[in-house]
Design a protein around this ligand. Structure first.
Ligand code: IMP
Length: 186
């Protein structure tokens, strides 16, 4: 089955390709497709609108994801705005500093969330949500991950996602869990 991966992020597309090629999917890039504006209020909304747009534009099944960090004491922020908090220059040091400033010492419970959306022509979009729960730790530690990894410590661990082996992170992450659900649904 041909599947459009609705992302301009080459790293993400490669990662998804590696996961899905053994299952017999032929992955089609979406470099030439315009990315819709992320106007949704939830991870589900944004994943659905990206998958729907790519499906409508190509007539093929399309998979999209939306993800981010959700901090309990900040009512779920930065949430769907996780990438936007880092600004045009993708300055995650600044975004992490803002999280620390807004939290100012309160309960540091947090989770990473990933929602995958699968759109097929003429069918309702299906979504799959994965979460990994933990807490925030300041100052940021480790340079192995990306985004907010240096301030996130998963439950049961003492090192941040920026410090642990990436293979370990990939085996327990929000993205892995969403993918497990997606693959199980096939
Ligand atoms: P998206 O690519 O629009 O879904 O943006 C997701 C944003 O959430 C990224 O830019 C990161 O800031 C953050 N994020 C999502 N997953 C992770 C992760 O595994 N580690 C660190 N940050 C993440």
């Amino acid at each position: 089955m041909k599947l459009v991966v609705a992302s301009h992020n080459k790293g993400k597309v490669r990662e998804i390709e590696a996961l899905l090629a053994p299952l017999g999917f032929e992955i089609v890039g979406a470099e030439n497709l315009e990315e819709p504006e992320e106007t949704g209020a939830t991870f589900e909304d944004n994943a659905i609108l990206k998958a729907r747009a790519a499906c409508d534009a190509t007539g093929l099944a399309a998979l999209a994801d939306d993800s981010g960090l959700s901090v309990e004491a900040l009512d779920g922020a930065p949430g769907i705005y996780s990438a936007r908090w880092a600004g045009e220059t993708k300055d995650f040091r600044a975004a992490m500093a803002r999280v620390e400033r807004e939290l100012h010492g309160r309960n540091s419970k947090a989770k990473f969330v990933c929602v995958l959306a699968l759109a097929k022509p003429g069918e309702a979009v299906q979504t799959f949500r994965g979460e990994v729960h933990g807490r925030l730790a300041f100052p940021p530690r480790g340079d192995k991950g990306f985004g907010y990894d240096p301030i996130f410590v998963a439950d049961g661990m003492s090192e941040t996602f920026g410090e642990i082996d990436p293979a370990l992170k990939h085996s327990i992450s929000h993205r892995a869990k969403a993918f497990e659900k997606f693959v199980k649904s096939l």
